[in-house]
Design a protein around this ligand. Structure first.
Ligand SMILES: [Zn+2]
Length: 318
């Protein structure tokens, strides 16, 4: 039996105290899913929860103190070990996610650089790569502070093909949003149109949706700055990003960025349906999209890491 550090985010502590009855589409299934999860390793235990549950999603996104962590020590008898390199990469990604000098796009771009550099170290000498990776993490933060990360980000090419492909794929999603049935129906129809509209119309639609994002969503997310940041922190913490992926790190990066792109498009579509973005609708979109994603399991194991990186980063450009 060894000792492990036990991490408890504040939102889970509050959730456990309140034990709310949840009526969401995740909890109210015949299997009666429970949203709380615990991840065990020999020297670390993480309490976490599935954002597919609406009441968890609400707490993760809208509690500014959701990720204040309580750390204690517990006995652990699991043999599984989170490798030093995986732990370090996860910590470096979290450092980027919480740094105030970056917006969401820059954070994801910074993570792209981190993942890209880490591929060179995969399977290499662990001690040396630890040191190098930590330096690279510091460099990314320095670049953000000096403005050069922003400059590099602005030089990324806009590749419409990848964005149209992503938008078209999103059109095939069937979402069970926790919203009133009429709004849910309008949203489903709008989504469906994406799957069938002509290439030229889809291209116009992309421009329109970006405009909705700029006019309607940006003021909402600027007024609630913790929402996107907490979504990102939850992903990194819950999935131990990009650790579990091993040499497929480019793929999990693409998945993370695709999810952000899709959530942006869904918020914009919501507004294109004549609705306004507010707490309840954002929670319904994020939790409903996350449920769909798990159910559809859209992983594709492709080996061309560079292409995946390019595809991912190009989804950040507007
Ligand atoms: Zn629930």
């Amino acid at each position: 039996m060894s000792l492990a550090e036990y991490y408890l985010p504040s939102y889970i502590e509050k959730y456990e105290k309140e034990k709310p009855e949840c009526e969401c589409h995740f909890c109210q299934t015949p299997e009666k899913n429970l949203p709380l999860v615990t991840r065990y390793w020999r020297d670390e235990v993480r309490r976490s929860a599935n954002i597919e549950c609406s009441s968890i999603c609400q707490r993760v996104l809208f509690d500014p103190e959701a990720f204040v962590l309580q750390v204690s020590t517990v006995p652990s008898d699991t043999p599984d070990l989170l490798s030093k390199q995986d732990k370090l990469l996860n910590q470096l990604a979290i450092n980027i996610a919480i740094h105030p000098a970056m917006n969401m796009e820059l954070r994801l771009f910074g993570m792209g650089i981190l993942v890209s550099k880490s591929l060179g170290f995969y399977d290499s000498d662990i001690d040396e790569s630890d040191c190098n990776m930590a330096e690279i993490g510091d460099q990314i933060i320095d670049m953000a502070e000096s403005g050069s990360l922003q400059e590099q980000f602005l030089a990324l090419p806009f590749i419409e093909l990848f964005q149209l492909e992503a938008l078209r794929n999103l059109g095939h999603a069937t979402l069970d949003l926790d919203v009133d049935p009429l709004s849910g129906m309008a949203m489903a129809l709008k989504l469906n149109e994406l799957a069938t509209m002509s290439e030229a119309r889809l291209s116009e639609m992309l421009v329109e949706l970006n405009q909705f994002w700029l006019d309607g969503a940006t003021p909402f997310f600027d007024a609630n700055p913790q929402v996107l940041q907490n979504y990102l922190i939850h992903r990194l913490y819950h999935d131990v990003f990009p650790a579990s992926a091993g040499k497929h790190r480019s793929e999990v990066l693409l998945q993370l960025i695709s999810d952000y792109f899709n959530l942006r498009m869904l918020c914009s579509l919501w507004m294109a349906c004549g609705e306004t973005l507010e707490q309840e609708s954002v929670v319904a979109i994020v939790s409903g999209y996350s449920r769909w994603k798990i159910a559809s399991n859209t992983e594709n194991r492709e080996d061309d890491g560079d292409r995946l990186l390019l595809q991912g980063l190009s989804l950040l450009v507007r």
